[in-house]
Design a protein. Structure first.
Lengths: 881, 147, 122
């Protein structure tokens, strides 16, 4: 029987599913027993789970699973029959037992074999439990395997006539075996099991249907046939309903993944010596199965984490005046088309001071950033890579996954995580996730002539500024464009610039409006020039110095202006009536031109001349239309701001146009494009063209709306920036933790390393002996006032920049020499303070320029005794300012 | 007795290339593409291939050859990959040819640069050389612009 | 001659296996996940054979057998119980309830087919 293998595979799959469900049930029941909540039915239920696994695996020839199941079955049957009393020892063993079975099943699933793990100790333990507490079960007088009819009795079991089975099997009609689908109604209740792959396929097909529907609805929108319109409306409604129904079939209650948590909580709590009660609310809340899969691991991690770091040991809880049993609450509910999941504990909460300190220690943030952080922002630090507040890595939560991975996983599916905590009282993690991934509502926008889809979940509101408003409404804070949204400053990101890779420095801020007007001007200039050239050519044709085919003359799409109209003009400004007028006038123009060439070909110079006059007249209209269109466009430069939320922060995305909200089918991008974080995928629009789906978080990061506080502060100084064209060679170094500094290389005499042991004290001044001189050492970080933390440098050997002036030298102690670069720097003087001349962006990073004379005056006043520095700063310094 | 293989052939900047027929899903004329911002010019855009979104890789750029003349439309050679279909943009499509393995020679040592990575070998045909492209490597580009 | 057979088992995989084997042998099969469901189904339709597990939720196989025997059209319909070696007493309970025979789990498809041949000799 050829398809026996396939059948066996299918049955094994079924066994895996069924057994997994059974074992979860098993765990729940044993947990209930442990809590003293078991019922008289409990032993029977757990017995049946194992009994089923044993029977089925036996029939499938899985002898190892069968034999392991057999041992458990004996114990459970004794328990069911009241021959064994349940004990804590027994429940623990039973948990280990269900794990063992799971392990074998997992092995079967992944390798196709039962594996070679040895469970003899565990099985012995189960056997001992049976032997010590129960009178040994009267071992069955090993009934001969097989079957029998009671009428044959007594004692005449019919042996299994194996060889005879073959002919029977051969009578099977092939057609029958090819269609195993049941012809009879399945009586196993009103629910049936459907292969998940089948559902995925169905969902894909519905996705395709939605696309086709969108296309038809779009085309029929332009049609006049009422029957077609009616049919397309029906199609529209049916498709929507079908889509909803199919999505529902993929929905699963979140309880499916929560069901293993009682066991997880029990195990983790046991391991850590804690007492935790788990409360689950909203288990019936449904989610798409792909999402269920995606949040399984993050949720497990959070639950472990809550018990490990959140809930205290009973003694500690008692000491804090709390109930000794900790509470862990999982809550799920639908809200606004999203699923909310909350995980709260009543543990010790997050010590915000500890978090902040840790962040500084790990170099994740500096003092300044920390001091500006709200509590909420500070809590969110725990989601940063490399952050863990645990004093020691425990077996429980230190599994190589941090909260950063949890956050990444949740964000990958379009969700968000937020954390709230009150010191001493507890912590709550709030997760919001979309219901489904496959089809999402999205706002379609245009930017730079292309359409983009923005997932509705990240969208907060739309703001449209009319031309006049736009000119006034967009302000800049040191070059960064912002809009005052109800009194709050909303940072703006211009989509076309961000996607063109244009940085804010080059075309940001108030410059944007001018830039846009400028761009429009350029574009129209091109159009005029194109048309003028073409007219010139036409004149030459008339004069006989050029030739032109009739086709070329008559086509309003082949000429340069025609190309402009259809490539740039209408795409960008199609909504402007003057542009539509232009298109028509341009067509008329070519009708006239065709006449010119036709007359020329038929060698009728008078008529050709007359036609040429007509053409030039129409041409005047063409120019007028261009002027009017340009004027209107510049006047009408409305601004569309889409207020988006990413990572808990808001920003405004400026786009050229806002189209519609549509249900889009999310399609993945190829691996070539995975690295571009600005896009979450692509979709196919009603007209069959592909549109990219924006990844709001990725975009925000790319546009640096979400970035270091410090970077903002400095980029903001741009307005007073002065640009120097000559290139400077700069030495880049770190003065202290993470503070980047620069110094013109021309001021540097040498770079040295000194072992710490060589440092001596001369009065209060640290010095080293250097080339027969006493070299005073200055810790740069002590003397520069930056907004960044300055910590004493303790590296050994010390990195020293030797600075010399008029035969004297000092050593500037820095923590690290980074690089020597040649760059044109734009210094912003706003950051100037003691020891700092200003700051500049060097290698894409904000860097402070050190004012060495100022530092020396403070740190080693003796240096300038008997002579004064040439000016306030050295000539080299002045050169770059 | 040597084996023979079938190749789908095409031209890029006058060079004659071949890809094993088994790897080619289909050959289609020029399609409208959606540009992907922030990518290197190797990625020409995205194509809607009957509902499937296919990345189009410009073979001229990928092979470091001069760009196509303005107005010349490339053809799509859609190849299968583990990650779904990918389109290779070529100048012109040639025939499907069946070639005996005994005229195969691995790429000459003197090949350098990107060609060395992407060209599996050469079939010495009567009148010309057929360069065999390693499609997996060819489509293995990370398109993020490094800024 | 093809028979109509009901397989009663709370284990889906087991049901599928039995059902598939029987269908391959040319029979029509209906399924029930426990004794109660089976009893409900069988009140309204006749079958030629009942193959039932013993230990099931809601209604076990022994009870099902007893209840079926109370129905007028089930007086003679063969009822086969799936038993295990470890529970020999089940056999006697089954016999007392009116079962026709037994088959020991685990079994091979061929054994099931052979049992059918015993029950319905050609």
């Amino acid at each position: 029987m050829a398809n026996n293998d396939a059948l066996q595979q299918q049955l094994i799959k079924d066994l895996l599913v069924e057994s997994a469900e059974g074992l979860d049930r098993f765990d729940r029941e044993i947990l209930a027993i442990e809590k003293g909540e078991g019922t008289t039915e409990t032993p029977n239920i757990v017995f049946r789970v194992i009994h089923t696994i044993k029977g089925t695996s036996g029939c499938l020839g899985l002898n190892k699973i069968e034999s392991v199941a057999h041992v458990g079955e004996n114990l459970l049957s004794a328990w069911r029959d009241g021959k064994v009393e349940v004990s804590p020892e027994m429940t623990t063993a039973l948990f280990a037992y269900s794990d063992a079975l799971r392990e074998m099943l997992r092995c079967l699933e992944t390798t196709g074999a039962e594996g070679s793990a040895d469970y003899s100790d565990l099985l012995q333990q189960l056997q001992d439990l049976l032997d010590t507490t129960a009178t040994p079960a009267p071992e069955a007088p090993a009934a001969p395997a097989g079957f029998g009819l009671f009428e044959d009795e007594p004692g005449t079991n019919v042996p299994a006539p194996q060889p005879d089975a073959e002919p029977v099997a051969k009578t099977v009609a092939p057609a029958e075996s090819d269609s195993p689908a049941s012809k009879a109604p399945s009586a196993a209740a009103s629910a049936i099991r459907v292969d998940v792959g089948q559902l995925d396929k169905l969902m894909n097909l519905v996705g395709e249907l939605v696309l086709a529907r969108n296309q038809i609805v779009q085309y029929s929108g332009q049609a006049k046939d009422s029957a077609l319109i009616a049919a397309s409306q029906r199609l529209n409604i049916i498709t929507t309903e079908l889509q909803e129904s199919v999505m529902k079939t993929r929905m699963q209650p979140i309880g499916n993944i929560w069901s293993k948590f009682p066991r997880v909580v029990r195990d983790v709590a046991h391991e850590l010596g804690k007492d935790v009660q788990l409360v689950m609310e909203g288990q019936e809340t449904e989610l798409d199965r792909t999402i269920i899969e995606a949040i399984k691991d993050p949720l497990t991690h959070i639950v472990r984490n809550s018990i490990d770091h959140g809930i205290e040991k009973p003694e500690a809880r008692a000491a804090a005046g709390k109930k000794s049993q900790g509470n862990l609450v999982l809550r799920a509910f639908h809200e606004g088309g999203q699923v909310n999941i909350e995980i709260s504990d009543d543990g010790r909460g997050i010590d915000i001071g500890r978090i902040k300190q840790k962040a500084i220690e790990k170099g994740i943030a500096n003092h300044d950033q920390i001091s500006r952080m709200s509590d909420r922002e500070a809590f969110n630090l725990i989601f940063l890579p490399g952050f863990s507040t645990a004093e020691k890595v425990t077996n429980v939560s230190g599994r190589g996954v941090g909260m950063d991975v949890v956050k990444t996983n949740i964000e990958r599916i379009g969700g968000s995580v937020d954390i709230l905590s009150e010191n001493g009282k507890g912590t709550t993690l709030k997760i919001k996730i979309p219901l489904t991934l496959a089809i999402i509502p999205a706002l379609i926008v245009t930017s730079g002539g292309e359409r983009f889809a923005i997932p509705q979940v990240s969208l907060l509101e739309l703001v449209r500024l009319e031309a006049e408003q736009a000119r006034k409404g967009i302000e800049t804070v040191y070059g960064a464009p912002v809009y005052r949204l109800r009194g709050q400053l909303l940072p703006l990101v211009f989509l076309n610039q961000t996607l063109a890779g244009t940085s804010r420095e080059r075309a940001g801020g108030s410059g944007f409006m001018q830039q846009q007007a400028h761009d429009t001007g350029d574009l129209f200039l091109k159009a005029r020039e194109a048309h003028r050239n073409w007219l010139r050519k036409l004149r030459q044709v008339l004069e006989g110095t050029q030739t032109m085919t009739l086709e070329e003359a008559g086509s309003h799409t082949l000429c340069a202006l025609g190309k402009w109209i259809y490539a740039d003009g209408l795409k960008k400004f199609g909504a402007v009536p003057e542009m539509q007028a232009l298109e028509k006038v341009h067509q008329h123009f070519h009708d006239a031109v065709k006449e010119v060439v036709a007359q020329k070909i038929s060698e009728n110079p008078v008529k050709a001349e007359a036609a040429f006059k007509r053409a030039t007249n129409i041409s005047r209209d063409v120019f007028n239309c261009l002027t009017n269109a340009e004027k209107r466009i510049v006047e009408n430069q409305n601004i569309n701001i889409i207020v988006l939320q990413a990572d808990g922060r808001q920003f405004g995305l400026v786009v050229d146009g806002i189209n519609d909200t549509e249900e889009i089918v999310v399609k993945p991008l190829g691996k070539q494009l995975k690295a571009i974080t600005c896009f979450a995928g692509a979709t196919i629009m009603g007209d069959g063209k592909v549109a990219l789906i924006l990844d709001v978080l990725g975009l925000a990061q790319h546009a640096k709306v979400i970035s270091e506080v410090r970077d903002h502060a400095l980029l903001d100084k741009e307005e007073s920036a002065t640009r120097i064209d000559n290139r400077q060679t700069l030495l880049l170094f770190d003065a202290g933790a993470g503070s980047r500094m620069a110094l013109p290389l021309s001021l540097v005499a040498r770079l040295e390393e000194f072992p710490r042991a060589k440092v001596e004290n001369s009065g209060t001044q640290e010095v080293v002996q250097y080339r027969g001189q006493i070299l005073p050492l200055i810790q740069v970080s002590k003397y520069v006032t930056t907004t960044r933390p300055s910590e004493p440098i303790c590296s050994d050997p010390m990195q020293v920049v030797v600075y010399s002036e008029q035969g004297r030298s000092v050593g500037l102690v820095v923590s690290k020499i980074n690089d020597i670069v040649q760059e044109t720097v734009t210094v912003k003087r706003e950051a100037a303070g003691n020891g700092i001349l200003g700051s500049a962006v060097i290698q894409n990073k904000v860097t402070d320029l050190v004012d060495i004379p100022a530092i020396i005056r403070v740190a080693a006043p003796a240096f300038y005794e008997n002579h004064s520095p040439a000016a306030d700063s050295t000539p080299e310094m002045q050169a770059i300012l | 007795m040597s084996e023979s293989k079938q190749f789908c052939t095409f031209f890029v900047n006058g060079l004659f290339f071949g890809v094993e027929v088994l790897k080619v899903q289909e050959v289609i004329r020029f399609q409208d593409m959606t540009r992907v911002p922030l990518t290197s010019p190797t990625i020409q855009g995205l194509i809607n291939l009957r509902g499937q979104i296919v990345t189009a890789i410009d073979l001229r750029h990928r092979l470091e050859l001069p760009p196509r003349a303005n107005g010349e439309l490339p053809m799509n050679v859609v190849v299968r990959s583990d990650d779904g279909a990918v389109s290779l943009l070529v100048d012109e499509i040639g025939d499907v040819v069946e070639i005996n393995d005994d005229v195969f020679e691995s790429a000459p040592e003197t090949l350098h640069g990107v060609a060395r990575d992407l060209i599996l070998g050469v079939y010495k045909l009567k009148d010309r050389l057929l360069l065999i492209l390693d499609t997996e490597r060819t489509i293995n580009v990370s398109a993020a612009l490094t800024i | 001659m093809p028979k109509k057979i009901i397989t009663v088992d709370d284990a889906m995989t087991m049901r599928k296996m039995i059902s598939f084997t029987l269908k391959e042998a040319g029979h029509e099969v209906i399924e029930a996940a426990d004794g109660a469901i089976a009893l409900n189904l069988l009140r309204n339709q006749a079958v030629d054979l009942v193959i039932s597990d013993v230990n099931m939720p809601n209604m076990d196989g022994i009870t099902l057998t007893r209840r079926l025997r109370e129905l007028p059209n089930f007086k003679t319909v063969p009822i086969i119980l799936l038993t295990t070696e470890s529970a020999p007493e089940v056999k006697s309970q089954g016999k007392a309830a009116g079962a026709t025979g037994w088959i020991v789990k685990p079994f091979k498809p061929e054994q099931l087919v052979a049992l059918l041949q015993r029950l319905f000799p050609v």
